[in-house]
Design a protein around this ligand. Structure first.
Ligand SMILES: [Zn+2]
Ligand SMILES: [Zn+2]
Length: 235
């Protein structure tokens, strides 16, 4: 067995035997805390919530602007508004990496609570639509893990979109990303009618190009209102 696989197997055994440990720092949790969120109070406090005021469209922190950021004044997105739970720094980065690359599915309910809360706080209704992962990506799909957890609490999740292969997005700017995604995100063949309101769910907000492409596919299919919740915002 390769070393990485051993380490993964040991981690799974540890988590099964000691479910009361914080997934970020490994310290022991009290039963009440670990039922809902396997993150200790200290690590939770280190998660950086994006400060208000935020841009009404993309959700980035506003410095001296009013209502919308400079970037959003020059762009017309197909979604109305995005909210990101945390800034992509320190603990939030480590936490998301645990979910994304190590498949710590115990973290999914932690994010699902916050996602459901963010939607309720804004009065957003409608089905959650997971942003589809790149085809052939390795590792667990963090968005799908959170989506299942939302479903588990009775919220509507519709997997209406699919993505076909394209170039890597990482080093591209907004316009390049947008061009790269054009025609790569579609409604699934045979998908049922789209809901009138949708909440896109994605892990990282970078330029908004992915949400824009998903929003476009939903709007073209008749969805009147598309909002988005992302787990972190990369600045
Ligand atoms: Zn901790
Ligand atoms: Zn903005």
């Amino acid at each position: 067995m390769p070393r990485g696989a051993w380490r993964e197997a040991i981690r799974v055994i540890e988590e099964t035997l000691f479910p009361g440990r914080c997934v970020v720092c490994g310290s022991w949790l009290s039963g009440a805390v670990c039922d809902r969120a396997p993150v200790c109070g200290e690590c939770r406090d280190l998660l950086e919530v994006l400060p208000e005021p935020r841009c009404a469209i993309c959700g980035i922190e506003l410095i001296s602007e009013k209502i919308t950021c400079m970037r959003c004044r020059g762009i017309s997105y197909s979604f109305h508004s995005n909210v990101s739970l945390f800034a992509y720094t320190g603990s939030a980065k480590r936490l998301l990496a645990s979910l994304k690359f190590e498949g710590r599915s115990r973290l999914a309910p932690f994010y699902a609570d916050l996602v459901a809360g963010a939607a309720a706080q804004r009065g957003w209704s409608g089905a959650f639509i997971p942003v589809p992962p790149r085809p052939n990506r390795r590792g667990p799909d963090a968005v799908e893990l959170v989506a299942r957890s939302l479903e588990g609490r009775g919220l509507s999740v519709r997997r209406l979109l699919r993505r076909t292969a394209g170039a890597q997005q990482k080093s591209l700017d907004y316009e390049q990303r947008k061009a790269n995604l054009r025609d790569r995100i579609h409604l699934r063949p045979g998908a049922a009618a789209v809901p009138s309101a949708a909440i896109l769910l994605d892990d990282v907000f970078t330029t908004g190009a992915t949400l824009d492409a998903c929003g476009k596919a939903l709007r073209e299919a008749g969805c009147a209102e598309v909002n988005a919740i992302t787990l972190v915002m990369e600045e």
